[in-house]
Design a protein around this ligand. Structure first.
Ligand code: SAH
Length: 455
């Protein structure tokens, strides 16, 4: 039995889905963050349970050939990146493996269904959105940056390599403004101050949306901050104040006030122009979203005659990018602002065959089924928790020829695929897409077909 603080030697032979190294010592399996396949290490035991243990690397005795020098000072403590210490090629391999592991272990499917990963064109500065928490440390000093791994502890860090430099410059300026004004920072006691800086960037135009999330509608010195940002950054086309005084981890509150400029930001994706409200979801890696959508479109195999349903449609992006190839499009989304965007986006791009419904996807799908809608293709793009068994049942009853499942969590994708394969559908292929280089997250797009096609 191993003891806490004992030093052990481990060969790292695989990675967990979170990107931690896994090594065996006798009967025990140890998890060691910041290591990778092929590392031989000395590690300190931190915690031992029955068959598993957790350890911290003390010394890398023989480095893996995949290793590179991490080029970020906070890479090991920050909760954002987990793959800064390995080559991008090794990262893509690990991500494809993560999808294959989920599909075989949870989905009980053949691993050869998983095709090559589509790597990201950009592996730095690819994020078009940043949510920067603002808080006070134990000494009452202002801290801004990113959450530490597995915690809500703010790690003070103003520049992130995943963000465009304009975000980092703006964040530095906001910090300069706040560092001598700790009273302006939100605390659970004051419930008034600034909690988050939320930035969005439209890559095709360079436009920036600057949003402050605060506990109250106004804060001291707001004009000074807004004017200096407007003056220094002509690319800021919109300043929004969002009020959130609730004691919650949800970042945005219910009310947004446009302080300056536009209410939303507009970007171009797949040749279409999309307006996106602060509350609406938008893919954070634009060029990679185009590749994801184009794979989804290929899988949809549209000829122009089809009825297409796009569930969890956000601002309508996936469905609208396919609307030129189908007869009619129906999108469903729960956030009202996103559905307003979807409707306007359809109109502004001259799309006339689209209808958008604001509602809960399982309920709205059941309603559409009762109305007698018989889609040929259904695209789903749910949040991490995936689909409900009820929604899968409704989709099966609507019996589309093809289901295209876009997923940001291989585990829930695999769970849901297993249910589909028990009910008339077979999985044709799954393509992992790397939307989030350097993090442990991986997107996948999967094609399923109905086994007994209609005549
Ligand atoms: N397909 C879009 C959005 C995907 S993100 C795109 O590519 O941009 C998932 C979306 O599901 C979010 O817009 C979220 O608001 C929405 N959503 C979450 N729960 C939902 C539910 N129960 N019913 C409908 N939409 C939901």
């Amino acid at each position: 039995m191993y003891q806490k603080n004992e030093i052990i030697e481990l060969n790292i032979t695989s990675l967990t889905s979170d990107g931690d190294g896994v090594g065996r010592a006798g009967e025990m399996v140890f998890f060691v963050p910041n290591t990778t396949v092929g590392d031989m290490i000395r590690a300190k035991v931190l915690k031992v349970k029955k068959n598993v243990g957790f350890a911290r690397v003390e010394e890398i005795v023989t480095p893996s050939p995949d290793r590179i020098d991490p080029d970020c000072p906070v890479s090991f403590s920050c909760g954002g990146c987990v793959y800064r210490h390995i080559s991008y090629e090794a990262e893509c391999r690990a991500k494809r493996q993560k999808v294959t592991d989920a599909v075989t272990r949870i989905g009980k499917l053949d691993g050869s269904l998983v095709k090559d990963i589509i790597p990201s064109e950009k592996i730095e500065n690819y994020r078009n959105k940043a949510m920067i928490p603002v808080g006070l440390n134990r000494d009452g000093e202002v801290v801004m940056g990113y959450y530490a791994r597995h915690s809500h502890h703010i790690m003070h860090c103003l520049r992130c390599q995943l963000s465009p430099s304009v975000f980092n410059d703006i964040i530095e300026d906001v910090y300069s403004f706040l560092r001598h004004r700790p009273a302006l920072v939100y605390t659970p006691q004051n419930r008034r101050g600034i909690r988050h800086i939320y930035l969005r960037y439209a890559e095709t135009t360079g436009d920036v949306m600057f949003c402050i999330v605060a506990g109250s509608r106004h804060f001291d010195g707001e004009e000074v901050l807004y004017n200096s940002l407007k003056e220094k950054y002509p690319s800021i086309k919109s300043i929004i104040l969002n009020v959130n005084a609730e004691d919650t981890n949800v970042i945005l509150g219910k009310h947004s006030y446009t302080v300056y400029g536009d209410d939303q930001i507009a970007d171009t994706l797949c040749g279409l122009r999309f307006e996106i409200a602060p509350e609406a979801f938008y893919q954070i890696n634009r060029s990679q979203a185009e590749r994801l959508y184009s794979k989804a479109k290929e899988y949809a195999q549209l000829s122009g005659k089809e009825t297409l349903i796009d569930l969890y449609c956000g601002a309508g992006t996936i469905g609208l990018s396919m609307s030129d190839k189908c007869k009619r499009l129906i999108g469903v989304e729960i956030i009202p602002e996103a559905i307003e965007n979807a409707k306007r986006n359809a109109a502004q791009n001259g799309v006339q065959n689209a209808r958008f419904i604001c509602g809960d996807a399982p309920q709205a799908a059941e309603q559409l089924r009762k109305e007698g809608i018989r889609p040929d293709v259904i695209v789903v793009d749910p949040p991490r928790k995936g689909l409900t068994p009820e929604l899968i049942g409704t989709i099966v009853q609507m019996s589309p020829q093809r289901v295209v499942y876009v997923s940001c969590d291989p585990a829930t994708l695999a769970r849901d695929l297993k249910l589909f394969t028990k009910q008339d559908y077979s999985v044709k292929e799954i393509t992992p897409v790397d939307m989030f280089p350097r993090t442990s997250h991986v997107e996948s797009v999967c094609l399923m077909s109905r086994e007994n096609p209609h005549q």
